[in-house]
Design a protein around this ligand. Structure first.
Ligand code: ZN
Ligand code: ZN
Length: 325
């Protein structure tokens, strides 16, 4: 499924399978998760995508060919490909354990062709083994919703009362991890989304309600997954002294101005960008222990536009995943 240009629907096309170059593996794709970032790319909200582009950065597939030096995986191994597709390894961020901020990073399904296709190639150094016990479809959302959600959760420190704004693919995973860690989860959805609220309660949220509502008690931290800038002052208002608000998305509408007293008393506001390979290794080891169970809505590959449309309209429960192989 090819994106020729932003703001155009994806087009089904036939193309020869790519070949694994030096350090790369060729993957026969079995499933690929659909992420809100894909929507931001399609909508032209992220600058300078590769064009034409194959979207998709939550790839689960099987190694079919290995290039020179790509010795981490053997033919037939089941692997996952995440958003972080390349780093230079030499900049000040890479050298200080912050490769997620690499100045020359390239991202899967953005600057590198991704998994909305039968085949993909990836740099073996940035792929992960998929834990046994997760079917392909259920594994796919772990690779971005899970990884970025996990990194965001870590940024909340040991917050006991945790607010999640936007209860989609990432939040439905984070809620399970947070609960396992003994935190209490408060879920905020768009106004009147009763179904998402009951889904949140089913996954262990102690409270679920509209994002315009204050929670029944103050929070220690909040993570904002919805791309809605007005949630920032709302979340700051909901957190107690010393509380942290984490913006987990790559794009957000403008944040309205707000009085300083919302930030006062050592509240802090930060974003989370991308992932490190260490985040991936940690989370993919933790997920089966909890165990995290992902709820997925499957779509055929040639219905990728339908999956993106349903995600845009808020009609996905859990995560949307393209079924490829
Ligand atoms: Zn993503
Ligand atoms: Zn770097």
């Amino acid at each position: 499924m090819i994106m020729e240009a932003p703001e155009k629907t994806l087009r089904a096309a036939e193309a020869p399978a790519p070949e694994a170059g030096s350090g790369q593996i060729l993957i026969r794709v079995r499933a690929c998760g659909v992420c809100r970032t894909d929507l931001h790319i399609v909508d032209g909200e992220l600058p300078d995508p590769k064009l034409p582009l194959i979207l998709g950065h939550q790839i689960v597939g099987v190694v079919e060919e290995t290039g020179d030096g790509a010795e981490r995986f053997a033919l037939g191994n089941r692997v996952g490909v995440p958003w972080l597709g390349y780093t230079d390894g030499t900049c000040r961020y890479c050298r200080s354990g912050r490769e997620n901020l690499c100045e020359d990073a390239r991202f899967t399904g953005y600057q590198i062709d991704g998994g909305y296709a039968e085949y993909a190639v990836a740099d073996h150094r940035f792929c992960f083994p998929i834990p046994d016990g997760y079917p392909d479809l259920q594994a796919a959302p772990l690779l971005c919703a899970g990884l970025i959600g996990y990194r965001s959760l870590r940024m909340t420190g040991d917050a006991e009362r945790l607010g999640l704004y936007g209860f989609g693919a990432a939040a439905h995973i984070v809620a399970q991890v947070a609960r396992h860690q003994g935190r209490r989860v408060f879920a905020f959805t768009s106004t009147g989304d009763i179904e998402a609220q009951s889904f949140a309660r089913k996954l262990g949220a102690v409270w679920a309600g509209d994002s315009e509502q204050p929670p029944p008690e103050q929070l220690d931290a909040a993570i904002i997954f919805a791309p809605v800038g007005s949630l920032v002052p709302a979340a700051l208002r909901a957190v107690a002294r010393g509380g942290v608000v984490v913006c987990a998305g790559i794009h957000m509408s403008d944040i309205p101005s707000f009085p300083y007293e919302l930030l006062w008393e050592e509240r802090s506001l930060r974003s989370v960008a991308n992932l490190t390979r260490r985040d991936g290794e940690e989370f993919l080891a933790l997920a089966p222990e909890i165990p995290v169970r992902t709820e997925v809505t499957p779509f055929a590959l040639d219905n990728a536009n339908g999956a993106l449309g349903d995600l845009r309209d808020g009609n996905i429960r859990g995560a949307a995943v393209l079924v490829v192989g």
